[in-house]
Design a protein around this ligand. Structure first.
Ligand code: PMP
Length: 285
């Protein structure tokens, strides 16, 4: 494995950053998780645009143009000779003296890891998964806009701990107003009477790249898709529910907080969208 750090490649053992890096000390940084399918980086431009929006929002100067960043990602995939991979692109504030001021850091640190992805077992896609509602609310946009994909995931991690302790793979997080925001590392969708719904962002969830691809898939299939407000009631009474993310792609949900969703099996709209998503991503099968 060859890991890119600030323009140079290092082996896994030699790829180190400073203990004074503010990404480590304060979670001061941003990241992207990106898939490579059959040698092609999926929606690279969208990921780079989201990265640069995150950087803009936290006043972080990446020190590279978008084109340079896209080339660095593509080149890292080439150097690692991978056809299918998961890329972790991290940009930290860089290393500086102790103290939270970002102005103590002279230069951002850019890291690109082209690794493998541990996929969910096929039976999860065939049967759907059970999820639960976390007691941890998603941070509200007046505290921190969750469209920023920042290095501080403790809000989500607390909810993930609850999920794992409850024997679930994912947890739904509500926004501060009590409406559904998203899951700990996935967006969420419902299907009701043939219409697809997903919570509008309003700064309370990440604008997922997979979420965008699913909305495109719905459009291609002439299925109506609306960004709206969803409550727990809407989840419980939906015909179908699924979650989306770079790792999970489209994962059906058949149980929430002990309630069986719809027929308790993977629904027909979820199947159609999953097929079209795989077409869009160029995934065989
Ligand atoms: N929400 C959160 C909090 C996430 O961390 C992620 C990414 N794992 C998602 C949603 C899904 O986003 P994407 O489709 O871009 O992976």
């Amino acid at each position: 494995m060859k890991i890119y750090i600030d323009g140079k490649f290092y082996s896994k053992d030699e790829a180190n950053i400073s203990v004074f890096d503010h990404g480590l000390l304060y979670g001061d940084g941003i990241f992207e998780g990106i898939r490579v399918y059959n040698g092609k980086v999926f929606r690279l431009k969208e990921h780079i645009d989201r990265l640069y929006s995150s950087a803009q929002a936290i006043a972080l100067n990446i020190g590279m143009t978008r084109d340079e960043m896209m080339n660095a990602v593509e080149y890292s995939v080439k150097v690692n000779e991978k056809q299918n991979a998961y890329i972790r692109l991290v940009v930290t504030r860089g290393s500086g003296d102790l103290g939270i001021s970002p102005y103590l850091c002279k230069k951002a640190t850019v890291i690109i890891i082209v690794g493998d992805i541990s996929l969910y077992p096929e039976e999860n896609y065939a049967e759907g998964i059970a999820i639960m509602t976390s007691s941890i609310r998603r941070i509200s946009p007046d505290q921190f806009d969750t469209r920023i994909k920042s290095l501080n995931y403790l809000n989500n991690i607390l909810a993930k701990i609850e999920a794992v302790q409850a024997g679930c793979l994912e947890a739904v997080m509500l926004a501060s107003d009590g409406y559904v925001a998203e899951c700990t590392a996935d967006n969420i969708f419902t299907v009701k009477k043939g219409v697809v719904y997903t919570p509008h962002s309003y700064g309370s969830n990440l604008e997922g790249i997979t979420r965008g691809a699913v909305m495109d898939a719905a459009k291609n299939l002439a299925i109506e898709c609306r960004e709206t407000k969803l409550s727990q009631y809407d989840l419980y009474t939906a015909d179908e529910v699924f979650i989306t993310g770079t790792g999970a792609e489209i994962m059906p949900v058949t149980k929430i907080d002990g309630r069986i969703i719809g027929e308790g099996t993977v629904g027909p709209v979820t199947v159609l969208l999953r097929k079209e998503f795989r077409n869009i991503a160029g995934i065989a099968g």
